[in-house]
Design a protein around this ligand. Sequence first.
Ligand SMILES: *Cc1c(COP(=O)(O)O)cnc(C)c1O
Length: 369
Amino acid sequence: MIPVNEPLLDGNEKKYLLECIETGWISSEGPFIRRFEEAMAARVGRRHAIAVSNGSMALDAAVAALGLGPGDEVIMPAFTIISCAAAIVRAGAVPVLVDADPATWNMDVGQVKSRIGPRTRAIMVVHIYGLPTDMAPIEVLAARHGLKVIEDAAEMHGQTCRGRPCGSFGELSTFSFYPNKHVTTGEGGMILTDSDELAVRCRSLRNLCFKPPRRFVHDELGWNLRMTNMQAAIGVAQLERLDEFVARKRAMGARYTDALSGTAGLRLPLRRDDTAENIYWVYGIVLEDSVPFDADEAMRRLAERGVDCRPFFWPMHEQPVLRRMGLFEGERYPVAERLARRGFYVPSGMALTPAQIDAVVAAVRNVFA
Ligand SMILES: *Cc1c(COP(=O)(O)O)cnc(C)c1O
């Protein structure tokens, strides 16, 4: 079986990890945390970076840091991971959805304006699968309507939008370091901001809102979102190779597209659009209407041929847990619904070899011949 994801850990990861063990610095107090935060802030061009336990909790902390809560609406894409809606709902705020763009799979920025109302306080932008959401119109709308922006850049390490680094937009941006992201720490996340005040708030929320002068006396509830020094050690080693990793992913995408572009019935990812060149967090495929079966059946047939695939996201307005809360009653987002049923991705990990790509291509061609 060709695995859907395998990380590449053959740089300085082992060396830095050994340093943690030899020095005894294994907790979040160790020196790699600061090194990783500084390297991420420098890479993205932001003043502050706050390492946390994962990308989902980075979103929870970002929403909390902005003080979003009951009565507030936050605009976000219908087509994304549950973490985005969960952060908004847990804060007591209301997610308001925007359908996807059928070509880029990102939130259709042309529809955002029509979703802004008197209660709208923020826009959560999520860059999906390798091309960034166009931030130019988002920045215009946010300025005009006085909205905060959270940029979920979990899939965008090393990507830019119109020449500016992803993760540098909005009040706060977040990253994930799950093993299928371009930079991994096993589990991990990061919040970035240019605001001194928001940085202090995020650091406090990360660490249970401990507060001087008397430790263990709390004014506010936070979480334990701390990253360990061992995770940060791996992160520092990974980040050293980010440019190489982005180049590897682009080469992977080009190899897949060159080999598959003649195959009938398959819609392949865009190589580029006006915002950027694709970095292929995953190599997604969407089945055209001419294909008589859906993505589940395609994945089953590919598994039979030794290729491990994964489905696309399932839209927020079709999530049973959110529907039970009374959200999104009667709402339809046809592009997101179609992507969920017709989309899947093939092996796309950093360690994927050209020979494995060619084997995946052969299996895909065989299924769709
Ligand atoms: C991976 C991902 C997350 C969640 O990150 P975890 O570290 O797995 O919690 C959030 N948003 C997007 C867009 C992601 O791809």
